[in-house]
Design a protein around this ligand. Structure first.
Ligand SMILES: O=C(O)CCC(=O)C(=O)O
Ligand SMILES: [Fe+2]
Length: 273
């Protein structure tokens, strides 16, 4: 399993529409307003494109706002938009709802593998991290020439994605598959750290976003990642004679992943046993 669409998650449709709406309002503002929240070259957080460390690497046809949202003491309000006026309040509420969703999802995934329902939550730790990435893909005259977002696998534990248009594709069995829009479903995509924790039973899929000449697109990705400095590794219940340990213990894997991601490369091999 690499991804699924969560429905019946208890987050109201009107609230999900509201998040997409405030994201859209933020991105539709003049550059001058958005640049108040710009990140510098070295920072992760804030408004603007990801850095491209080396010449000749592909740029994405998209606009981003990246924010640490949980634990609360990691929130840096200098990067949180004040316009639209309800932005901060809506994001705080979505953070709380996403936390509840990750708890439910982690338990359900553990039970599906006949593991103790708290085992994934324990690996992620008390201070597990949530980061929000708002993506805006504007219309593009030449969608044949440029991608909205380059192929990558997430460095998170797993990621929940809200999307308002098709465009996201997942690579599986030698083909790109377009993820359908299920209204008000939240797409859960495994990241590399769940592949490590499940000893390869769950896979972290390579995915990308196409650009589109007719419609723009908003997505809100929430990256759920183990706490800083905490070691994670394959669950003992998923290791046996037939399935030896495929990965070693790692910590702060997301930082390692980032260096590779920027160069359009996968990082999972760095965790192989
Ligand atoms: O825009 C999307 O649907 C996916 C975004 C994504 O893959 C990411 O931000 O890592
Ligand atoms: Fe992604």
């Amino acid at each position: 399993m690499w991804s699924f669409q969560a429905i019946g998650h208890g987050i109201s449709s009107s609230f999900l529409d509201k998040i997409i709406q405030v994201a859209r309002e933020f991105f539709e503002q003049p550059m001058e307003e958005k640049n108040k929240y710009s990140k510098t070259v070295v920072e992760f957080e804030g408004y603007g494109a990801d850095p491209v460390p080396e010449e000749g690497q592909s740029l994405d046809w998209s606009d981003r706002l990246f924010l640490d949202v949980d634990p609360k003491d990691l929130q840096k309000f200098q990067f949180w938009p004040e316009s639209p006026a309800c932005f901060r309040e809506v994001l705080k509420e979505y953070t709380e709802k996403t936390k509840m969703l990750t708890e439910l999802t982690s338990k359900a995934m553990a039970k599906s593998l006949n593991l103790d329902e708290n085992c994934f939550l324990n690996q992620f730790g008390e201070r597990s991290i949530l980061q929000a990435r708002f993506n805006y893909y504007s219309k593009c005259q030449r969608p044949d020439l440029i991608l909205g977002l380059k192929p990558h696998a997430d460095g998170s534990g797993y990621t929940s994605i809200l999307q308002d248009e098709v465009g996201l594709q997942v690579f599986n069995e030698d083909k790109w598959h377009t993820v359908p829009i299920v209204p008000h479903a939240i797409l859960i995509v495994m990241g590399d750290q769940m592949e490590i924790i499940t000893n390869g039973v769950f896979k972290s899929p390579v995915h990308r976003v196409l650009s589109n000449s007719e419609r723009d697109r908003i997505s809100v990705a929430m990256f759920y990642t183990p706490e800083k400095g905490k070691e994670i590794g394959p669950e003992e219940g998923l290791v046996d004679g037939e399935r030896p340990k495929l990965f070693k213990k790692v910590k702060d894997y997301a930082d390692i992943h980032w260096g590779y991601y920027q160069r359009g490369m996968r990082a999972l091999h760095t965790a192989e046993a």
